[in-house]
Design a protein around this ligand. Structure first.
Ligand code: GDP
Length: 331
């Protein structure tokens, strides 16, 4: 481990008062540790226990090209103007590359690059054993502990993980744009259920009112209990910043709703459960890979193919073997 990877020194800097370049660097370093599945990951997690939970985590989802990146940048500007410190976590669930390379491409964010009140990080999760579900919450915790008032989580790249990313957030902001057939896509992708707030971006283009109408009609079909949050629809032109202040106001309202209804705690509990589950599954995979069971899997696979057994029985056998090995302290 390099000298500057002294986890406790890094965590101390992250927890220190006020924003600053040192803090930004320490956050970057800790997120890299988290992302690379470093052995220091546990130490980071332990040191941060109880130090997060203050930030409002907002997930942005939507088809590529809909304006997520432009909207993120516009939101950062609006939140900064309101005196809030902001974290941005750009997650690329499909890419093994991350950090500088990806960030370098995100030129639209460069106006915030020198603002110590904004911490922007990107992370990939493909190489992470627990996947996005295990890696991203740790990165969010780092940003949260660093004192970010709001953390925007944005998916970059194309992936099937939109719903998964929404699961990381307190508030899910779903972006649509006129003329992209987004209404139907949203219904298909299950995005109607996850959206707490919908933005129809590119409202400077024809068809925004139609898209809003269609979306309203679709949302009205979703059953919601009495007193439940009704997702508002905001028209935005992210490139001009139009509607962004309203988005910020709605995000604040949703946050207040989460607190007053108890829904926020329920979401956070569900998130912690998923996180533990992802770590367990990742750990099982890891243990499985480092023991002789890897070859065992080949044997079982051949057996399934040959009709000697079925995949469920084979899986049961594997789980039994892992349990037995754990008991014998082999792994
Ligand atoms: P992402 O892939 O969802 O992150 O989308 P981007 O933010 O990269 O935006 C895709 C393209 O749409 C870029 O060329 C933006 O300049 C453009 N764009 C974003 N928001 C608007 C908008 O409100 N109106 C118009 N006309 N173009 C926009």
């Amino acid at each position: 481990m390099r000298r500057d990877d002294d986890v406790h020194a890094l965590v101390e800097t992250v927890l220190g008062d006020g924003p600053g370049l040192r803090k930004v660097r320490a956050v970057a370093r800790l997120i890299s540790l988290v992302e690379s599945d470093s052995p220091a990951l546990r130490e980071v997690a332990r040191a941060l226990a109880g130090r997060a939970g203050r930030a409002h985590i907002v997930g942005l989802t939507g088809s590529p090209g809909v304006g997520k990146s432009t909207s993120t940048s516009a939101l950062v500007r609006a939140l900064r103007a309101a005196g809030k410190t902001v974290g941005v976590l750009a997650v690329d669930p499909s890419s093994p590359f991350s950090g500088g390379a990806l960030l370098g491409d995100r030129v639209r964010m460069s106006e915030h690059a020198t603002d110590p009140g904004v911490i922007i990080r990107s992370m990939a999760s493909r190489g992470h054993l627990g996947g996005l579900a295990a890696a991203a919450p740790q990165a969010l915790r780092v940003l949260d502990a660093a004192g970010c008032d709001v953390i925007l989580v944005e998916t970059v790249g194309v992936g099937q993980s939109e719903v998964e990313v929404a699961g990381l957030a307190d508030t899910s902001l779903v972006l649509l744009a006129p003329g992209m057939g987004d209404g139907i896509q949203a219904a298909k992708a299950g995005i109607l259920e996850i959206g707490d707030l919908f933005c129809i971006n590119k409202a400077d283009r024809d068809g925004a009112a139609t898209t809003r109408r269609e979306l309203r009609a679709m949302l009205s079909l979703t059953e919601r209990p009495d007193g439940a949050w009704k997702p508002p629809i905001v028209l935005t032109v992210a490139t001009a910043g139009t509607g962004i202040d309203e988005v910020v106001a709605r995000l604040d309202e949703h946050r207040a709703y989460l607190e007053s209804s108890g829904q926020g705690r329920r979401r956070r509990l569900a998130r912690a459960r998923r996180e533990i589950e992802a770590i367990v599954l990742g750990e099982v995979t890891r243990r499985f890979a480092v023991t002789s069971h890897g070859a065992r899997l080949d044997v079982l696979a051949a057996d399934v193919l040959g009709g000697g057994t079925d995949p469920y029985t084979a899986a049961e056998a594997v789980l039994d073997e892992i349990a037995a090995a754990a008991q014998a302290d082999e792994i």
